[in-house]
Design a protein around this ligand. Sequence first.
Ligand code: AMP
Ligand code: ZN
Length: 497
Amino acid sequence: MPFNLYNSLSGKTEEFAPAQGNLVRFYDCGPTVYDYGHIGNFRTFIAVDVLRRFLHQSGFDLLHVMNITDVDDKIIRNANQRGLPIGEYTKKYEKAFLDDLDALSVQHPEVISRATEHIPEMAEFIQKLAKKRVAYKAEDGSWYFRIDKFKDYGKLSKKDFTGITNGGGGRMDADEYDKDDARDFALWKAPKEGEASWDTEIGPGRPGWHIECSTMAMKYLGETFDLHAGGEDLLFPHHENEIAQSESLTGKPFARHWMHVRFLLVEGQKMSKSLGNFYTLRDLVLLGHKPSSIRLLLISVPYRKQLNFTFDGLVQAANSVERLRNFKLRMETSHWDEGSNPEISVLAGKAIQEMTSSLNDDLNTAQALAAIFDLVRDVNAAADHGKVKKDDIPSVLEALRRFDEIFAIFDDQDAARVKTVVDWAKTEGLEEKISPQAAEIARAASLSDADIEEMVAKHSEARKARDFKASDAIRDQLLAEGIILENTKDDVRWKRK
Ligand code: AMP
Ligand code: ZN
């Protein structure tokens, strides 16, 4: 079954496969580390995680490179305000970003590369462009890319630039007055008072934004590579400019396939601080929402469809995670009669096949989720009627395992992850943002699994001895720590709230 993925470059859904062997070489534009990541950012990073995981599941090896933009206007401004060197300022937010990826079970790329660690390479790149006469130095020492030298300019964004010439409506930044053409973009910015700058072969200054991605993508992946990803806002001008720089240098295609993730809306509107609908991942966790619910919600809508984030949707996602985890627990811990019911493995096989074909269809995560929920519904119904037998369980668990290779929500680390965020809030003096719900979830993380098992065993003993006062006391104690006990007819199960 081929993997069909929409390609923004061709404007079509096309079969995706690596150009060489089994290794997929891909690049995605990472964060600008000037603040904590918001849920829009994480929608994009989770979509790329789904791609990663599905490629793996389909048998490919990955070389995935992500940059960290650790020098730009906002970083310089914020670091100056705090009186910190930019490296010190960005370190904190880079770590926060990687911790947030972990909280959301997003796998790390094989290579994470920082812009500030590739300055000489960027200068060399610009020098080569200058030799080809597609880059020029302005009077102030900044370098620009000469767009009229690249005839394919606009091929990704499909914009028509014919009407925009010098002074003809192109937007020019105040400090970019000495460009030859309004459309030309900065490759290198001349130093300014109080700004970080580097001494290089092309003079002092700092890189423009686009050059870092071309430089690092080609350094780690080669002149032509398989896929380039990012949020839809990057399509123009960032990715268009990456193509212009890279293809002018090499004369070869840059990325073969381009994937762009649709922007997230919050309660029907563009997320913005002024509208009061702006949420970092940490904001949501402190409000008492679990990372697993946030992950599932952000995955539940296919990456090219509009995802409207709402708090109702988040509660529904939390219920879905619960339902799936309870189902898995039921499969693993119930007593099943000997034998088999072939209908069950047929249902499990069908779910696997539907999940795979949905993901092969431009990563249709909504349909893949529907397939697993059909399985949950049908197998639960069969189990209620005693129609699930011992030998059927492995096929159901296999379907769940394959589902979780992509969705990654079964491993319940929510309590520990919420605790990490709650502890962080305390160290940052943000105690007032910690909701009672978040505090309660975090409390459950203080007990180790072994502690809980021991208490559950005592609870069971007390129950068997019909000492209900003692067993209820243990149950209440566990509940206060965020642990819920469920008595079934055979045994006692526990889970974290
Ligand atoms: P930034 O840190 O702004 O460079 O963004 C990091 C990534 O998040 C980029 O791929 C952006 O395109 C993406 N992004 C930013 N805002 C949103 C949003 N509201 N929805 C989806 N992706 C976003
Ligand atoms: Zn980029």
